[in-house]
Design a protein around this ligand. Structure first.
Ligand code: SF4
Length: 457
């Protein structure tokens, strides 16, 4: 168990008025040491709070008083103060097993912790879920949660997770739904393993056993060049198309039975199949937007100036690994929504939009319509290799290679999804790149704005 450490105190906040300082370690809040930020928030949510602190090796006590609903004004250094619950599965499709050596340690954490599911939208298989966890989820209203289903057939699921508890742990999903917890599901579709008839059976199982699920996303298997599992391979185009056909068939069934389509395919599957994605209205609340479901449709709408409200869903692979500021719990990708660098070229300078190979053909017609002079640079992901082509997994090394020899005097726009806390997955930072880049929030509205004067009509 570690002590929550204060990393920032908002000026003028109750914590500031009471004398808290960055670096203070919280030993107790009203006599209790919170085990995670969920309990911390509950304890912090009172008009008067007695804190026991450790500062510079000395212990001290102080009382924080809040007026009305004003926030406490503290950011702490982590989301969990006890140990993260790691997973006991050995999935052959696990992307963490497909990482190269030498990345920062936190990226190798295989968590299966319902608290990170609640806080960040990390998917949990529930194989380590317990009765006590269920009680806490229900009493504290930890909803929504995000559950990896993969297959509803017990044997297939336990084989995919390589864990016999995988055969039975979906009973907890039933229990969560019985208690009114909102749950979103995910199926990582692995060609030849749980696609085709198995996926058909899984979606039938969802209708039969878990119809209260808020959404189910079918996402394709990602295979990096470090994959060592022989049975794991990228989808062929016709396999992606068959998966889409199946998903669309089940959307019709769910719509007829439940009044909502429930299941959606990730945008990547449409790109793999060479098909355009469905219109935005087919995605409902866009609950799994950041899981790559409906992202293209939402981006297009926002680029066209039609604001899109979307659910507060999973925050993307690796977004939960490095700390948890109090505000919204989530680690910021950058210091702000859009960050410009020094030596920024003139706003009317020619523009290069950097992105992954999947997004490039999607962005090209949008950008060309408003800035015909702009260039889209599709950056190959040599770092991960395989079929990894989403912008969110671009690394500093890939961008460095793509920008070597890039002419000065242009503006280079980089989506913030490849950053977490201002760093790339391989540890580099935008300042290390050969040319200055502007970090742009990965949404259509921000890109349209960032394209500059030529981008306004
Ligand atoms: S449950 Fe998730 S983290 Fe654990 S082995 Fe499977 S894919 Fe990897």
């Amino acid at each position: 168990m570690s002590l929550p450490r204060v990393v920032a105190v908002a000026a003028g906040s109750p914590a500031d008025r009471a004398g808290l300082q960055p670096g203070d370690e919280i030993m107790a809040m009203d006599g209790q040491l919170p085990r995670d930020i969920i309990q911390y928030q509950l304890l912090a949510d009172q008009a008067s709070l007695d804190l026991e602190l450790r500062r510079g090796g000395l212990e001290r006590a102080l009382t924080v008083r809040r007026e009305g609903n004003e926030p406490l004004g503290i950011e702490v250094d982590a989301a969990l103060f006890d140990r993260v619950r790691t997973c006991d599965n050995h999935c052959e499709f696990c992307f963490i097993h497909q990482l190269p050596k030498g990345m920062r340690r936190s990226l190798y954490t295989r968590d299966d912790d319902y608290r990170l599911s609640f806080l960040y939208g990390n998917f949990t298989t529930l194989t380590r879920f317990t009765e006590a966890d269920l009680e806490r989820v229900v009493t504290e209203g930890l909803s929504p949660l995000w559950v990896s289903i993969h297959a509803t057939d017990p044997e297939v699921r336990s084989q995919m997770l390589r864990n016999r508890r995988g055969a039975t742990s979906l009973r907890w999903l039933r229990a969560l739904l019985d208690h009114g917890i909102e749950v979103h599901g995910q199926v990582v579709v692995c060609p030849g393993v749980n696609d085709g008839a198995v996926l058909d059976d899984t979606l039938a199982g969802v209708l039969d056993r878990f119809p209260e699920l808020a959404s189910v996303a079918c996402v394709p298997l990602g295979v990096s060049r470090f994959n060592t599992e022989e049975t794991m391979r990228p989808h062929r185009s016709e396999e992606a198309a068959a998966t889409l056909d199946l998903v669309e068939y089940w959307q019709a069934v769910f719509s007829a039975c439940l009044g909502r389509p429930l299941v959606h395919a990730a945008d990547e599957l449409y790109l793999m199949a060479g098909r355009d994605v469905p219109p935005l209205e087919r995605y409902g609340a866009l609950a799994q937007h950041d899981n790559g479901v409906g992202m293209i449709a939402a981006f297009r709408a926002a680029f066209a100036g039609r604001g899109v409200a979307r659910g507060d869903g999973p925050s993307g692979f690796f977004q939960s690994v490095d700390g948890a500021p109090a505000a919204g719990y989530r680690a910021p990708r950058t210091a702000g929504d859009e960050v410009s660098v020094s030596l920024r070229p003139r706003p009317d300078a020619p523009v290069t939009v950097l992105t992954g190979e999947y997004a490039a053909p999607v962005l090209a017609p949008l950008v060309a319509a408003v800035r015909p002079d702009a260039e889209i640079m599709a950056v190959p992901n040599a770092f991960f290799g395989g079929n990894i082509a989403v912008a969110g997994l671009l690394t500093g090394a890939d961008l460095h290679a793509a920008l070597a020899g890039a002419p000065a005097g242009r503006r280079y726009l980089l989506p913030d999804v490849c950053l977490s806390g201002g760093r790339f997955l391989d540890g580099g930072s935008p300042a290390d790149l050969p040319v200055p880049v502007e970090i742009v929030a990965a949404n259509g509205e921000a890109l349209r704005r960032a394209l500059g004067p030529g981008g306004r009509r």
